[in-house]
Structure formats: C-alpha cells, structure tokens
Design a protein around this ligand. Structure first.
Ligand code: GLA
Length: 349
C-alpha cells in the first residue's frame, strides 16, 4: 500500500486543495480531496483488465464549488432532509438554513461538503480528514469536532470511519454522497445495473421528500430489491412514491439493524463485470438513482446526465431529529458519535 499527496487546485481565498491517493499493489486507487473530504476517484480493473474509475466527479475546485450535486462529498452534521428546517432539543427550537425551496434543510446547508478539511496521513493505507464546525453553523447547535478516515485495502475495500464530538447536545448523521457508475464515470446511465438491498421496509415521503413517519413494506411493490433487480426495471413505474421523487430517492430500512458492520447492499454491472458491496453499521441507506443530474459536465468534460450515477448514502433515516419513532441520531454533549461504512469493489463471480 502507498499514499501520495498531490495539489488538486486552489480555493478562491488562495488555499491549496490537496488530493490524497491511496494505492494497493494491483495499482488500484482511491483519491480523496481535502475539499469536502470528497471521494474523488475509485479506480479498479474491470473484467477485461481495463482500469475503470467508477465515481462521478469534477476535475477542478471551481467545478466542485459551482456545479456540484454533492459528488463524492462528505455530508454533515445531518445529511438528507429536515422538514420545515427546524428541530427541537429539550424544548428549545433550532431554526436551520432552509436551502431547499426555502422550506426544508437539505444536507445541513452543505458546508461540510464545500469547506477544506485538514488531512493527516495515519498509515500507508489510511488518511484522516478533520473539520471543526462552529456552533450555530446553519443553525445546528454545538461546536463539532468531526473526523473521517479513509482506509484502502489490498482487497479493494474502502473503509470509511466517521467520528464526531459536540460540546452541546445535537444531532449527528454523517454520510458520503458518492455517485457510482460501475461501467465508469463516462459510460452513460446506470439503469442496467442490478442492485440488491436487504430491506423489507422503505420510508414513505411526502411531496417535499420529507418522511411521513410511515415505513411501508416493500412486498409486492417496485421497491422490492431483496433479490437483485435492474435499477431501470421499475424506475418509471406509475407509483405515487416514485412520482414524488422522480425515481428512486428513498431511505431503505436495513433489516435486523444491530449496530454491527454488515454487508447489506450489492450492485453489479454485466458490462464491466464489477460488483460493489456495501457494509454499514447504520440503520438506513438513501438509494438515490441520480434523477436530478442534468447533464452538467464533470470529469474530462463528460456530461453527467440524468441517472448516470447512483448513490448509496448510508445513514440514520431522513428527518430523524423530528421523528421520535425512527432510530435516534441524538448525540449528547461530549459523547462520541462513531460509525463505519465500507465500499468494496470486486469482480462479479
Ligand atoms: C440527496 C437527495 C436527493 C438530491 C441529492 C443532491 O441524495 O436524496 O434528492 O437532493 O441529495 O442532488
């Protein structure tokens, strides 16, 4: 294993953004940027031995700052949506930035994804990124000491460990927003990828994509991915939930959640022969099929068209701070939030 640091670009205020490259002995690589602790590239051999970068992203700092749909970004302190951009702790209401349609708070207003994180090489296979978010940032209580470590292995496993400690009671729900295309970032849509998610239930949303509180059974619905199914098979089916979100963009409630790290999702493409295994210790995963991508040019000026990548954002359920019936992501002052997600890429058998 080896780690290398290269300059990636410059922030508007002149600070340098670095790219850390973790490589294994098969010359497969993971690239992470200090900007947003962003997973920039995941490069592996496909079934024909061609090096394939399976992540959507951009080539410049400017593009990340101006055009991003959170490609590869670390998101926090609370990812996904919070209804009416507010929550309460001990009877005190906190008003958050309403960055979506002036009503909901999406990805906490985005700061974590677009600031420069500090980086420290821990080992030849591990880099740690850290960021202290100020009390009151986008309305969230607490000065929060965040760290995300990325470790890459000889088996093409990318192990992501999240840690956060706040000096005030708060909510923490950190995730990564990588868009995968197992045929390569420049290879069209992901509709012919198959995916399997170990989830009997999915979180119902309203027209603003805010959970209603109900988790419905996937039995007999287009949301049943318990056996591998092509993403494209039902994505445009006449279904109220799909209509609200323009395609899959829902939280899947992972079966038998017990806070231990478990493999719960696989995705596969026949074209490249690549398979993605996702392990997490979290209770949910937002499966987002890239429905809102609209042809903005990314790496090598290739357009990222609608559904050219899919996200598997492991997390506590959306709007958890306002839903006492969901597993809680409440974090007491001084207590450490920890969680782990692994993205592993193998050749399909
Ligand atoms: C999340 C949401 C999507 C979309 C993207 C960002 O994954 O679930 O609806 O907003 O972020 O484009």
């Amino acid at each position: 294993m080896s780690v290398e640091r290269k300059e990636f670009g410059t922030m508007p205020d002149g600070r340098t953004v670095y790219r850390y490259i973790l490589s294994n002995s098969s010359e497969n690589e993971v690239h992470i940027l200090t900007l947003g602790a962003t997973l920039h590239s995941f490069i592996v051999d496909d079934k024909n031995g061609n090096k394939t970068d399976v992540l959507l992203g951009f080539d410049t700092v400017e593009d990340y700052l101006e055009k991003s749909d959170y490609q590869g970004a670390t998101v926090g302190p609370v990812c996904n949506r919070i209804g009416n951009a507010a929550f309460s702790i001990d009877g005190v209401e906190y008003k958050l930035t309403a960055n979506e349609k002036d009503v909901t708070c999406l990805h906490s207003g985005g700061e974590y994804s677009f600031v420069v994180w500090n980086a420290m090489v821990i080992d030849s296979d591990t880099v740690e990124f850290s960021y202290i978010s100020p009390d009151g940032l986008n309305g969230f209580p607490g000065t929060i000491n965040n760290s995300v470590t990325f470790k890459f292995t000889e088996e093409n496993k990318l192990v992501i460990k999240y840690s956060a400690v706040s000096d005030k009671d708060t909510f923490i729900n950190l995730t990564n927003h990588a868009y995968f295309n197992l045929n390569g970032f420049d290879s069209g849509d992901i509709l012919s990828h198959s995916i399997m998610i170990d989830a009997d239930k999915v979180t119902a949303v309203d027209t603003m994509s805010i959970p209603t509180g109900e988790n419905f059974s996937v039995d007999g619905t287009v949301f049943d991915f318990r056996q591998p199914k092509l993403i494209g098979k039902d994505i445009d089916a006449d279904n109220e939930q799909l209509g609200f979100t323009g395609g899959f963009d829902h939280n899947f409630c992972i079966n038998n959640w017990d806070k231990t790290l478990r493999k719960c999702i696989t995705a596969e493409s026949d074209v490249s022969g690549l398979k993605l295994n996702v392990y997490t210790d979290l209770p949910g995963v937002q499966f987002y099929a890239g429905n809102f991508l609209k042809g903005i040019c990314g790496k090598e000026q290739k357009p990222m068209n609608k559904r050219s990548g899919f996200c598997l954002e492991t997390q506590y359920y959306p709007d958890t701070p306002n839903k006492s019936e969901f597993p809680s992501c409440f974090c007491k002052a001084g207590e450490e939030f920890v969680s782990q997600t692994v993205y592993e890429i193998t050749l399909a058998e």
